[in-house]
Design a protein around this ligand. Structure first.
Ligand code: PMP
Length: 380
C-alpha cells in the first residue's frame, strides 16, 4: 500500500505551501463521505438531488470566502482551466494584456499575449499599462494576478480596476495565491473574473473555480452537457467540489490568524540572511502575503540548496523551473530586474495552516548546518 507522506517515519518539514498545501483533515473526512454519494448531480431522483446538495453547499462556501454570489461561482478542474477558459474565450476578439509575472497558465494561454511590465518591487507598472491601453484602442482583456506565487507580492487590484474603467476592457485576476491569505471581496473589487484553486487552501487537487462578474458570459472552453449554468460541461467532481467547500470555510475561519505567519516569516528571513554572501529578499518593498519568502543567495544555485535541504528533511522550492537538468532563470524575478544569476538562485519558502514553530526551528538548524558545509566550495 502507498504510504502518505505524513506517515513516513522520518519527520519532514514542509515549506512549499504555494506549490500545494497539505489537505485539511476536515476535508479528507468530507471528501470520503461525498465519494460514497451515488447520484449524478444532474439526475432529478433522490440520489441525484443528494449529490446536487453537496455541490450547492460548496458553492455557497466558496462564494462566501471571496465575497461573491453563489450564482457567480463556476466549478472547474482547477485554476489552470479557469485561466484558460477566460483567456482563450476572449482571445479571438480582444487584445490580451497580462502582467509579466503571471503563472504560465495565463502567460501561455493566448497566442498574441502582450505583457505589462512590473517595477523592481514586483508591483504592476500602472503607467506602462495605461500607455499600452492608450496606444491601441481595440477592446482588451487584462489579466493581473492578485498575489504572485513566487514572491507573495500583492497587486493593487482596486487601483488597477479604477484605471481600467476608462477603457473598453474586461479585467481578470488569478487569485489562487491570495484567497484564504488576504481578505478578498469580489463584489467590491470591480474585477470581472477571478480564478481559484482548492489545493492552495487545504482542499483537494484538481478542483477550482472561475468567479464571473455580472453580465459576463465567456465563450465556452469545454463543450458537452449543460452543467455549471452551461458554462463548463462535464459531470461535476462531486467529492472534490465538496472538499473545496470545506476548505473554503476553514480558510475563511483562519483568515484573521493567517497574518500571524508574519512572525515565522521574519524568523525565516533572518535565518536566510545568516549566509556568508549577499541575500536578496525579492518583493520585500511591496505589500506581501505573510506566508511567502523569495530569496536569492549570491553564489549558491537554488537547485543545490533545494536538494541539500531535501536531504535534511526540509521541502522548499526554487522560484525557477528546472528542465532537463538545467536551471532556468525565473521569469518573475527577471521581470523584476534581477540579474540572470539572481533569477537562477531564487529559493522559495512558503507556509500555511499547519506550519508551527518546530518547522521554523528545523529549517534554521538545517540552514545553519548547510551554510557551514557548503561555504568553502560555493562562496563567490
Ligand atoms: N495560478 C497560480 C498563481 C498558481 O500558483 C497555480 C498553481 N501553481 C495555478 C494558477 C494553477 O492552479 P491549478 O494547480 O489549480 O491548476
Amino acid at each position: 500500500m502507498m504510504t502518505p507522506m505524513n506517515q513516513t517515519h522520518t519527520k519532514r518539514t514542509y515549506l512549499d505551501y504555494n506549490a500545494t498545501t497539505p489537505i485539511r483533515p476536515e476535508v479528507v473526512k468530507g471528501v470520503c463521505m461525498a465519494m460514497e454519494t451515488i447520484g449524478n448531480p444532474s439526475s432529478i431522483h433522490h440520489e441525484g438531488r443528494q449529490a446536487r446538495k453537496l455541490i450547492e453547499q460548496a458553492r455557497a462556501q466558496v462564494a462566501e470566502l471571496v465575497g461573491a454570489q453563489t450564482k457567480q461561482v463556476i466549478f472547474t478542474s482547477g485554476a489552470t482551466e479557469a485561466n484558460n477558459m477566460v483567456l482563450k474565450g476572449y482571445a479571438s476578439h480582444r487584445r490580451l494584456l497580462v502582467s509579466a509575472t503571471e503563472h504560465p497558465s495565463v502567460l501561455y494561454a493566448g497566442v498574441d499575449v502582450e505583457t505589462i511590465p512590473v517595477h523592481s518591487t514586483g508591483l504592476i507598472n500602472l503607467d506602462a499599462l495605461k500607455e499600452l491601453l492608450d496606444k491601441d484602442t481595440r477592446p482588451s482583456f487584462v489579466s493581473i494576478m492578485a498575489v504572485n506565487n513566487e514572491t507573495g507580492v500583492i497587486q493593487p487590484l482596486k487601483d488597477i480596476a479604477t484605471l481600467l474603467k476608462n477603457y473598453e476592457c474586461l479585467f481578470h485576476s488569478d487569485a489562487v495565491q491570495a484567497v484564504g491569505r488576504i481578505p478578498l471581496y469580489f463584489s467590491t473589487l470591480n474585477v470581472d473574473f477571478m480564478s481559484l484553486s482548492a489545493h492552495k487552501i487545504g482542499g483537494p487537487h484538481g478542483v477550482g473555480a472561475i468567479i464571473m462578474g455580472k453580465g459576463t458570459n465567456p465563450p465556452k472552453l469545454i463543450h458537452g452537457g449543460g452543467q455549471e449554468r452551461q458554462q463548463r460541461a462535464g459531470t461535476e467532481n462531486v467529492a472534490g467540489i465538496y472538499g473545496f467547500g470545506i476548505a473554503a470555510a476553514c480558510a475563511l475561519n483562519g483568515l484573521e490568524t493567517y497574518k500571524n505567519l508574519e512572525t515565522y516569516r521574519d524568523q525565516l528571513e533572518a535565518t536566510l540572511k545568516n549566509a556568508p554572501t549577499d541575500v536578496i529578499i525579492h518583493g520585500h518593498d511591496a505589500p506581501r502575503v505573510p506566508n511567502t519568502i523569495s530569496a536569492s543567495i549570491a553564489g549558491f544555485e537554488a537547485s543545490t540548496l533545494l536538494m541539500n535541504l531535501d536531504l535534511a528533511g526540509i521541502s522548499v522550492s526554487t522560484g525557477s523551473a528546472c528542465s532537463s537538468g538545467s536551471v532556468q532563470a525565473s521569469h518573475v524575478l527577471t521581470a523584476m530586474g534581477a540579474t540572470e544569476s539572481q533569477a537562477k538562485s531564487g529559493l522559495r519558502l512558503s507556509m500555511g495552516w499547519a506550519t508551527t514553530q518546530d518547522d521554523i526551528d528545523a529549517f534554521t538548524q538545517a540552514w545553519t548546518t548547510l551554510m557551514e558545509r557548503l561555504t568553502p566550495s560555493c562562496q563567490n
